[in-house]
Structure formats: structure tokens, C-alpha cells
Design a protein around this ligand. Structure first.
Ligand code: NAD
Length: 334
């Protein structure tokens, strides 16, 4: 099977690349290395079935080149992370809307199938007990940059759905809920790598707001195989599927768990949203997935615990340190 991946040098994309190469695919990646890094691909660079093109999804020629001959395409390239979106709203909108249109057009012409990575952010401030794929989207003002990511991904989904309805494009959508794991960077606002880094450095763990906002974290090692299985399921075409963790935790409790698990001396500090971002910043109080649709389709049932996730992120972050498997205390490597 020939597979093309946009955003394959990113956090999730690089795990997907490894997974597919191990399954015997020939994999071609297009990435502009904006938030992605070649370092993420160091385990596969030189692999005979791996090809890398540095370029942007805004460039139709570059997209055509990576899509050429592919049986399936995973579209993961996007401007991701609250900090990035707030700091570069225009560029982010262009990447996340126009870039997706370019990919859709190219894939339609090529005859491949497509998997579009969307996000739980599209549910916005809907704090229901468990968000099904049909749940309402409650977004803040269109003038607040914070919501442009959710708005753009919503448009992406609408585009993909329209290509399926009007042209029969075999496209499936996955909505990822706070996926975490090794290689994710905390630079653009991702909470787990940021808190883990702070705990390992002995710095205060900065928790935004009152810390009682909750999330359901899922492990990239559980998410990637589910994405692949969904992409292979014709019933998924024209549909969207939640993929999220099953355990709800407040960010304050998460920070406390990270400190405890990593044996850190760090304190936890609450930082007002206005200080962390800008005046009038809004966050979701709660975001809990209903995974039953993806469970029914492909048996999605994430097993990795939050403690395992934290340990794996910590082990990845400090290669000079090793985790003692007995006590999971951090000791310096000799
Ligand atoms: N990590 C999460 O929790 C999460 C949650 C919901 C949705 N997603 C979605 O999953 C996908 C992957 O996210 P990630 O967490 O791996 O983030 P990431 O930033 O690590 O990956 C995005 C990749 O896209 C590349 N990219 C950005 N703009 C590009 C452009 N114009 N042309 C080519 N490449 C470009 C980046 O360099 C990067 O390698 C994204 O579509 C994101 O919206 C992620």
C-alpha cells in the first residue's frame, strides 16, 4: 500500500509514519517543518520505503507530488496549538482552510482515499457529559482568534463532507481529543509536555485559570492504530469519529499527579488566563468524548493509563535521564 501523509514530521504524523512503515506501507510525507521536526523522523530517515518532501500544503504542485500514486492520504498538516493560533491568526486560517482545500482537490483528482484529522475543539464550549459526533458546537466570538482553529477545522469538515456528497470522495474524519505522548512539544500551548518539562526542570508548574477545567487525554500509541483502522473502513466515508481518552481529569489534578509521579520538588502556580494569553481569553471548562461510534466501527478502546502517558512523555523529554522501572523515579543516566 502506498500512503501519503501531510504533516508527517509532526507529533502524531511521525508516529503514524512509523506505524505504517512497520506494517509494510511505502510512505511519502509532505511537511513544511513549521511545528514539525526532522528529528521526529530520525528513526525512519533512510528507510527504503520512506520519502520526505519539504513543502507546504498551500502549494498545489507539492501536494500533487506527495499524493501521486498514493492509495490513501492522511491529512494531518495544520497550524496547531492555542499559542500559535492566537499569535498568527491569519497564517493559521490560511493553512487550516485553504491548505485543506488544496489537499481535497489533489486527492479527488488522484483517486486516493482521504483521512482528515479534525479536533474536539470544534465542540467549543459545549460541556456535556459526553460529546457525541452530533453534539452542538458552541463557539465564542468570531473576533477572538482563539476560536479560529475550531472554526477552520469545522469548515474543513464541511468541505470534506461536501466532497464526499457531491463527488463521492472517500473521505473519513477523525476528531482527536487532547492526544499526548512522546515528541509532542509544549511550545505552542500543549499542556502535558509543558507541565512535564516544568516538573523535570524543578520550575513551578503553571496551571491556567482555576485549574478545575477538565480534559480527557489519550495516548498517541492508542490513537494512531485507530486512525489507520478508520481510514480502512469504507463505512467511515462521509462520517466523523471521536477519538479521545476515557478518563476525565482537571488540569490541577493533572499537575499534582505529574509532580508526584516524577518525584519533582516543583510547586504548582495558578496563572490567570489573561496573563497566559490575552485579555478576554476563553477556555472550555470541560471536554468529554463519547467514543461509542469509533468503538462500534473499529473497536476503539484506549488502554494506556494517564500514569503511563506521563512516564512516557517524561522519558522522551529528558533523554539524559532514565526512568527507574521499579519506582518510576527519575535518576540520572550514568
Ligand atoms: N495533538 C492533539 O491533541 C490534536 C488534537 C486534535 C487534533 N489534532 C490534529 O492532528 C493533526 C496533527 O497534530 P499534531 O498534534 O501532530 O501537531 P504538530 O504541530 O506536531 O503537527 C502538524 C504538522 O503539520 C506541519 N505543517 C503545518 N503547516 C503546514 C503546511 N502549511 N504545510 C505542510 N506542513 C505543515 C507541521 O510542520 C507539523 O509537522 C493536526 O491536524 C491537528 O489539528 C491534534
Amino acid at each position: 500500500m502506498k500512503t501519503a501523509i501531510t504533516g508527517g514530521a509532526g507529533f502524531i504524523g511521525s508516529h503514524l509514519v512509523e506505524h505504517l512503515l512497520a506494517a509494510g506501507d511505502e510512505v511519502a510525507v509532505l511537511d513544511n517543518l513549521s511545528t514539525g521536526r526532522l528529528e521526529n523522523l530520525k528513526g525512519v530517515i533512510g528507510h527504503r520505503n520512506f520519502h520526505f518532501i519539504e513543502g507546504t500544503i498551500l502549494d498545489r504542485d507539492a501536494v500533487d507530488k506527495v499524493v501521486a500514486g498514493a492509495d490513501r492520504v492522511f491529512h494531518l498538516a495544520a497550524a496547531v496549538g492555542v499559542n500559535l493560533i492566537v499569535d498568527h491568526p491569519l497564517e493559521s486560517l490560511r493553512t487550516n482552510i485553504h491548505g485543506t482545500e488544496v489537499v481535497l482537490d489533489s486527492v479527488l483528482e488522484s483517486g486516493a482515499s482521504l483521512l482528515l484529522a479534525s479536533t474536539s475543539e470544534i465542540y467549543g464550549k459545549n460541556a456535556s457529559d459526553s460529546l457525541s459526533e452530533e453534539a452542538d458546537r458552541i463557539l465564542g466570538s468570531a473576533l477572538k482568534s482563539r476560536w479560529t482553529y475550531a472554526a477552520a477545522k469545522g469548515i474543513d469538515e464541511a468541505f470534506a463532507h461536501a466532497y464526499w456528497r457531491q463527488f463521492g470522495l472517500p473521505v473519513a474524519i477523525v476528531r482527536l481529543f487532547n492526544t499526548v505522548g512522546p515528541r509532542q512539544t509544549g511550545r505552542y500551548g500543549m499542556v502535558v509536555p509543558r507541565l512535564v518539562r516544568q516538573a523535570l526542570a524543578g520550575e513551578p508548574l503553571t496551571v491556567y485559570g482555576d485549574g478545575h477545567q477538565t480534559r480527557c487525554f489519550s495516548y498517541v500509541g492508542d490513537i494512531v492504530p485507530a486512525i489507520v483502522r478508520i481510514s480502512e473502513e469504507p463505512l467511515a466515508y462521509g462520517n466523523a469519529y471521536n477519538l479521545g481518552g476515557s478518563y476525565e481529569i482537571s488540569i490541577l489534578t493533572l499537575a499534582e499527579r505529574i509532580v508526584e509521579l516524577l518525584g519533582s520538588e516543583s510547586v504548582i502556580t495558578l496563572v490567570p488566563y489573561e496573563q497566559a494569553y490575552s485579555e478576554g481569553y476563553e477556555d472550555m471548562r470541560r471536554r468529554v468524548p463519547d467514543n461509542s461510534k469509533s468503538f462500534e466501527l473499529v473497536g476503539f478502546d484506549p488502554k494506556t493509563t494517564l500514569d503511563e502517558i506521563i512516564r512516557n512523555v517524561a522519558a522522551d523529554y529528558k533523554p539524559a535521564k532514565v526512568l527507574d522501572p521499579a519506582g518510576w523515579k527519575i535518576t540520572l543516566a550514568s
